[in-house]
Ligand binder design. Structure first.
Ligand SMILES: [Zn+2]
Length: 284
């Protein structure tokens, strides 16, 4: 049994890395309005088509030494990193499903269904985070399906996902309309836009997938990590303020989406353990 489970985990890693490779294409082409399926990938410098073996996730980049095989233009380290992160996240969300259903008999159906749904969620969040970091925009094609899919998935997925479809619908409503209210209030008071409409759809999606109880912690975690990141950037002397063409750090536009995605993934991976402890702590 252990050998089978180990083999399943290895297969999931390869599967996740392949999706990471596709995400690199999506993140590059979607904001540019290009097709994500064709043509096949080419070197952006010399347009030479990329051979299949160079496209093998992580390994391909290492084999070509981080440079285009033909013109020697550097290939960003971000590509293999995204592939490795996608592989790791795909495995991390799948492990609880495999463990929950790999008891006496391996019940593959529910394990695969649950793992695939949560893989789709973390990979979509990874794509949203990267595109928002690059362009300050979250494409509707990625964020709009999230609230609806979160509710649909909650209808038929059982343990270890403990979000009922009623909770998912409530989470989508609170996440979406709550954020809209905060957005209106903030812009009425300051005359500036604090949260983008992309963030509203993203929070509705996170509310649907993670449940209403996750929204507070996710917002808090996302904000804290965003602040830490901004502080870190200021401390290491990266002149983000000047780069963005704004005067002071208080007005620096830092996309919130990547930090919300990060917090959502953290909650998905660890929140199941955190929430009962948090409730105990608050109850005591
Ligand atoms: Zn080239």
């Amino acid at each position: 049994m252990d050998a089978i489970v180990a083999m399943v985990y290895a297969l999931i890693l390869v599967w996740g890395a392949a999706w990471g490779s596709f995400l690199n294409v999506v993140v590059y082409r979607l904001p540019a309005g290009l097709s994500v399926v064709r043509p096949a990938s080419r070197c952006p410098s010399c347009s030479t088509p990329i051979a299949w073996w160079q496209n093998v996730p992580v390994l391909g980049w290492a084999l070509i030494g981080g440079r285009c095989w033909t013109c020697k233009a550097p290939v960003s380290l971000r590509y293999p990193v995204v592939e490795a992160v996608a592989a790791g996240l795909t495995l991390a969300v799948s492990v609880p499903w495999v463990q929950a259903h790999a008891g006496v008999e391996l019940d593959l159906g529910p394990a695969i269904a649950g793992a695939l749904c949560e893989q789709a969620l973390v990979l979509t969040l990874l794509a949203i985070a990267l595109i928002d970091a690059d362009t300050f925009l979250i494409p509707d094609v990625l964020s709009l399906p999230l609230p609806l899919l979160g509710v649909v998935v909650a209808v038929f997925l059982g343990e270890p996902r403990a979000v009922s479809w009623q909770a998912a619908a409530m989470g989508a409503g609170i996440g979406g309309f709550g954020t809209l209210a905060v957005q209106w209030g903030y812009s009425a008071m300051t005359g500036r836009e604090g949260l983008g409409t992309g963030d509203v759809k993203l929070l509705a999606g996170l509310g649907a997938w993670l449940g209403p109880a996750a929204l507070g912690p996710v917002l808090l975690l996302g904000s804290l990590q965003g602040l830490l990141f901004a502080g870190g950037m200021a401390m290491v002397g990266v002149r983000l303020a000047e780069e963005r063409g704004v005067g002071s750090l208080r007005h620096v536009a830092l996309p919130f989406g990547p930090f919300l995605c990060l917090a959502g993934i953290e909650w998905l991976l660890l929140g199941r353990q955190w929430l009962p402890q948090l409730q105990r702590l608050l109850g005591a």
